[in-house]
Design a protein around this ligand. Structure first.
Ligand code: PLP
Length: 448
């Protein structure tokens, strides 16, 4: 059976972010079901998912509350749009419930289906905002190198991972990228807080270069995820916010990974004291059980859009989808009932970070860093000089994890973890035993 699925897949399925022919030759691993923090493949392997899918399955797999909520909505109202002066009970309630957990004042929500669409929509909303203010020339978006904000033409232009640009001739005009606060890789002799200020000041430099009158917004994740799990020094965000105020630049927080408990609070903005004008959320919003995202608007942008006095020309067929909204409500219920956000910032997070930092003694680990249930492990040849190994060391380690039935992601030479928030202490013990085994095997291959 596995072979048959692999053959069909190889013939017809264009995979995201994959070398198509190489994958077709190798055969994709077929994941058939999942429960709790474990994935099961068609060959009978039970795999611990250290990444919660793509940083999204916050409540863990197999929660029947979410399945039942989706089933009920599918039977009652499988679909209706929200364009023609209509709403539905699920989406109406979802806005109310989200407003209870978002940072102060962010209480209007535009719904979409993916993080990319949320960020793309945000760009249109903010450009419209500035044009309503009589400043339509404010349309440059400054984001960061190595950022990941999605893959539509605009979201990929906001993204700063340079490999994402050449195949589509990106970035589009009106996008600029500045350095990101990667202390371990770029901090040199500076202490972390000094470095945080130094990098934050790059925003001011870029604004002065472009002219504040042309800049619409600064866009960033509270903790940069796919760009290498970059945890900002404490000094970074306060300076960024000061600069945005000084030059009247809006601040958009991309909370697609950080939202819904990942950093130990409801949003990364809470963890870092950020007061954004707008915010994108997706992934943990339904724990990945349904595609759903939103742009949250604070009063400045939200009121302007609300009171524009004309039709706002934007929206998706599935904006405010009843089934996705019903699942999001059940997901919020589970997060709240099981106190998963509190635990990520409390006992589960502490246990996770204790294990993570214990790996710092490993001969090929240069730094461990983490917050909530996000963790990174830097692989180095020389702990003192931070010299890296040549070649794809991260890929090697990831493959050793895979052989040991653990999913850990490699971003260059950085291994990252983002397990379901529902993970137990015993499961964390198991996860980190497997992680150390994979590090040992990697070190052995490298002769380290
Ligand atoms: N923003 C961030 C921070 C992300 O990590 C991602 C996806 O990983 C996105 C946006 C894009 O979301 P999607 O893949 O749902 O379009």
């Amino acid at each position: 059976q596995t072979r048959r699925w692999q053959e069909m897949d190889a013939r017809h399925h264009v995979h995201p972010f994959s070398d198509q022919a190489a994958l077709a030759k190798k055969g994709a691993r077929v994941i058939t079901h999942a429960e709790g923090v474990y994935l099961y493949d068609s060959e009978g392997h039970k795999i611990i998912d250290g990444m919660a899918g793509l940083w999204c399955v916050n409540v863990g797999y197999g929660r029947s509350e979410l399945a039942e909520a989706g089933y009920k909505a599918l039977k009652e109202l499988p679909y209706y749009n929200t364009f023609f002066q209509t709403t539905n009970p699920y989406t109406a309630e979802l806005g109310e419930r989200l407003a209870e957990v978002t940072p102060d004042g962010l209480d209007r929500f535009f719904f979409a289906n993916s993080g990319s669409e949320a960020n793309d929509s945000m760009v249109k909303i903010i450009r419209y905002y500035w044009s309503l203010q009589g400043k339509p020339e404010k349309k440059v978006f400054i984001s960061r190198k190595q950022a990941y904000h999605g893959v539509t033409m605009t979201a990929a232009s906001l993204s700063g991972i340079s490999a994402m640009h050449p195949q589509a001739g990106l970035p589009l005009p009106n996008h600029a990228h500045i350095d990101f606060p990667y202390w371990y890789g770029m901090g040199g002799d500076m202490d972390p807080n000094e470095f945080g200020v130094h990098i934050a000041m790059k925003l001011e430099e870029k604004i002065l270069e472009i002219g504040a009158e042309n800049v619409a917004a600064f866009v960033a994740e509270p903790v940069q995820g796919a760009g290498g799990l970059i945890i900002p020094p404490d000094s970074y965000w306060p300076v960024i916010q000061e600069i945005c105020h000084k030059y009247d630049i809006l601040l958009h927080a991309d909370e697609v990974i950080c939202g819904f408990g990942r950093t130990g609070n409801w949003f990364g903005s809470h963890t870092y004291g950020i007061v954004p004008d707008t915010m994108a959320m997706a992934k943990g919003m339904t724990s990945g059980y349904q595609p759903l995202s939103a742009v949250a608007l604070g009063p400045r942008v939200g009121d302007a859009l609300h009171n524009s006095g004309e039709e706002w020309s934007h929206g998706f067929t599935y904006s405010g989808h009843p089934v996705a909204s019903a699942v999001a409500l059940a997901n919020l219920d589970v997060l709240q009932k099981d106190k998963l956000v509190e635990k990520a910032g409390g006992e589960t997070g502490e246990h996770f970070l204790k294990h993570l930092h214990a790996l710092a003694d490993h001969p090929i680990v240069g730094e461990t860093r983490g917050v909530g249930l996000l963790g990174a492990i830097e692989l180095v040849k020389d702990k003192k000089t931070r010299e890296r190994f040549e070649g794809d060391t991260g890929g090697l380690c990831r493959d050793h994890c895979f052989e040991n039935d653990l999913i850990m992601r490699a971003i260059g030479n950085t291994m990252v973890l983002s397990p379901p928030l529902s993970i137990t202490k015993a499961e964390l013990d198991e996860l980190f035993t497997l992680a150390r085994k994979a590090l040992d095997a990697t070190a052995k291959d490298l002769g380290a």
